[in-house]
Structure formats: structure tokens, C-alpha cells
Design a protein around this ligand. Structure first.
Ligand SMILES: Cc1cc2nc3c(=O)[nH]c(=O)nc-3n(C[C@H](O)[C@H](O)[C@H](O)COP(=O)(O)O)c2cc1C
Length: 347
């Protein structure tokens, strides 16, 4: 008998078991100190999200290098001292039976800093952004090492999952896309060439994290541009990531060129996730306007995605997960001090 799973069914990935399919999607806060250290904002923000009913909460895009920050208020994990604040968030969430992931990122040409940005090719994102310098092989080796070191720190800080950010027009996405990667060496040209550096990053991270720890990769599966990467490219990349030990592809879209999607609606990125899931036979995360619990549940039930990533829905409602359980007539399991909020008066 085929048993279909729903939003409140557990999922085991390598050594990790998630109690449901609800994930707090990574969300930059741009509230860190200029040193990349987190502060009270993050403690309170992530503390409240750890009470929200998700099984897994992601800490925002976190820089692996100072020059790889999107802004000078990004969270960093390029110094040992940056682990301490993050460890407190992880420990608090673990006390609430919530797992915690961190998204590791390098902004590449989308770094809006005083320093000179780096990218696969010297092509600016738009006229509002600086012209980046095309990376040398030494630069690439340095960035691979930075991802590796940050991943080791994430493990030491107690994180349960690492997600490598290869979406939204940041450095790894810049390499994957023919729009931003026009290199003529072995790191550009063909789809194999464009994948070479992002795959080196993924392999380096996989090699330094424990065997039982899942590794996710977030991709932009469409660039909404006629000369952008194709679904065939994406299938090739997803297969290579799977072969390299990636457990889940978190399927987003856009961000590498200023062109927005033609149309945005509830679940608009799910067909991309579903295609990767079906063709590559890998777990996928669905994201994008999925905060109607019935829609979220139906996506999991119909095998279109394995995890549901929610971003803005959790900012609007820090009890989204518990409210979703209520809406789906599933037993609600809020933190003990909140139990009375879900008791029917006089029942
Ligand atoms: C405030 C905010 C910050 C975000 N920061 C990140 C980020 O750090 N990394 C990332 O991959 N996506 C980021 N996103 C995108 C979300 O993770 C998510 O993919 C997108 O908002 C669509 O999901 P939603 O409709 O549930 O909001 C951000 C979105 C918001 C609203």
C-alpha cells in the first residue's frame, strides 16, 4: 500500500529526523554588526521562530568571507568568534525540539561593500552595482577554503544542516549561469565547466561535515531570461550535486539578472521543484507563497516536494506552524507556555 506523507509527517534525511515538513526559509535580516557578529536582534528573531511550529529553522544567508557579504550588516561565519552567538540560537532551538540549519553564501558580484567584488566574469549585475573582477584560480581556491572553514565552524556551533546557497544571483549561481559566466577557461563555457567551481565548493563542504549530517543546495531553477540557464542545465547540476552527497535541492528561482518572473502566484516555483524531484529522484524543498496550509499539505501529499520552506508567512505569523496544524485538524503541539492559546474555551 502506498502511504502518502503530509505536512505533519516526519522525514528522515541521513542521520537527521525532522518531526514535520515545515521549514523556516533562510531570511537575511541585515541587522548584524559590521564585524559580521550577531546581536540581540538575531537572538530574539530566531528565538521566536524556534517556537513557531517548524521542524527545521534556517539561519539567513551567512557569509563565508568578509568580501562575500551582500551588505556590511550580513551575518558572518568567517571567524571563530562568530560561532558563539550562533551556538546560543542553536542550543535554544534544540531545547524546543527544533533542528537548525545555516545557509552559507558568498555574494560575488552582488556584494554591496566598499571592497572590490569578485565574480566568474567582469560583468556587473546592473548599473547600480560595481564592476566585479573576474576570479583567478587562486581566488577560487580561497573561496572553496572559506566555505570549508565556515562549514567546520557550523558543525562546531551545533547546526544540524548546511545549505550551500547557489541561487538568487550570488556567487555560485553566477558560475552556473551563462548570463554571468562567460569564462573561456575550464570554469566556463559548457555546462560541465560552469558547474566545476560550485561543485568544488559542494564537495569541499561535504568532505568536512559528519556523514550523518544532511547537505542541502538552494538553486534558482529559472532565470526568467531567454539566454539564461535551462531545465536541462538544472537537471545536470542537480544530478551532480546528488552524486556529490547532497541530500536535498531547495528549488527557488530568479535573482541573477534584474528581470522579474512574468507571473508570481501561490506555489509558482513548485513545477520546477517537482521536475527535479521526478527526473533526478532526489528530495526537494518547495518555496514561494506556500503559506496556505492546505496548499502546503497538498504539495507534500501529492509528492511534488518533500519539505515546505516558508519565509514571509513566518514573519507575519510567528505561530504559523501551530496555526497550520489547527487548520489541518492535526494535533497542535505548541511550546508548553503557549498551550492555553490553543485550548478551546470552556471545553
Ligand atoms: C526578508 C527576506 C529575506 C530573505 N533572505 C534570504 C536569504 O538569506 N537566503 C535565501 O536563499 N532567500 C532569502 N529570501 C527568500 C526566501 O527564503 C523565500 O525563498 C522567498 O521569500 C519566497 O518564500 P515566501 O513566499 O514564503 O516568502 C528572503 C526573503 C525575505 C522575505
Amino acid at each position: 500500500m502506498l502511504i502518502l506523507a503530509g505536512l505533519f509527517d516526519p522525514l528522515a534525511i541521513r542521520g537527521l529526523t525532522l518531526k514535520n515538513r515545515i521549514v523556516v526559509s533562510p531570511m537575511c535580516q541585515y541587522q548584524a554588526e559590521e564585524t559580521g557578529y550577531i546581536n540581540d536582534w538575531h537572538t530574539v528573531h530566531y528565538g521566536s521562530l524556534a517556537l513557531a511550529g517548524a521542524s527545521l529553522m534556517f539561519v539567513e544567508a551567512t557569509s563565508v568571507e568578509a568580501r562575500g557579504r551582500i551588505s556590511n550588516r550580513d551575518v558572518g561565519l568567517y571567524e571563530d568568534g562568530q560561532m558563539e552567538g550562533l551556538r546560543r540560537i542553536v542550543d535554544f532551538a534544540h531545547g524546543q525540539d527544533v533542528k537548525v540549519g545555516i545557509q552559507l553564501n558568498h555574494a560575488g558580484r552582488k556584494a554591496d561593500l566598499d571592497s572590490e567584488p569578485i565574480a566568474p566574469s567582469a560583468i556587473a549585475f546592473s548599473d547600480r552595482y560595481k564592476l566585479p573582477q573576474a576570479m583567478t584560480e587562486d581566488d577560487m581556491a580561497q573561496v572553496v577554503r572559506a566555505f570549508e572553514e565556515s562549514a567546520k565552524r557550523a558543525v562546531e556551533a551545533g547546526f544540524d544542516v548546511i545549505e550551500v546557497h547557489a541561487a538568487h544571483g550570488y556567487l555560485l549561481h553566477q558560475f552556473l549561469s551563462p548570463l554571468s559566466n562567460q569564462r573561456e577557461d575550464g570554469y566556463g563555457g559548457s555546462r560541465e565547466g560552469r558547474l566545476r567551481f560550485p561543485l568544488a565548493v559542494v564537495c569541499a563542504v561535504r568532505a568536512v561535515i559528519p556523514e550523518e549530517m544532511p547537505l542541502f543546495v538552494r538553486v534558482s531553477a529559472s532565470e526568467y531570461h531567454p539566454a539564461g540557464l535551462t531545465m536541462d542545465d538544472m537537471r545536470f547540476y542537480a544530478q551532480a550535486f546528488k552524486d556529490a552527497g547532497v541530500s536535498l535541492i531547495d528549488v527557488s528561482s530568479g535573482g541573477n539578472v534584474p528581470t522579474p518572473p512574468d507571473k508570481v502566484y501561490a506555489g509558482y516555483q513548485i513545477p520546477l521543484a517537482e521536475a527535479i524531484r521526478r527526473d533526478i529522484d532526489i528530495l526537494v524543498g518547495g518555496v514561494g507563497m506556500l503559506d496556505d496550509p492546505i496548499l502546503a499539505d497538498s504539495i507534500v501529499q501529492s509528492n511534488r516536494a518533500d519539505l515546505i520552506f516558508i519565509a514571509r508567512g513566518f514573519l507575519r505569523n510567528k505561530n504559523w506552524g501551530h496555526d497550520a496544524a489547527l487548520a489541518l485538524s492535526h494535533p497542535v503541539e505548541p511550546p508548553v507556555p503557549y498551550v492555553r492559546a490553543y485550548k478551546i474555551p470552556n471545553a
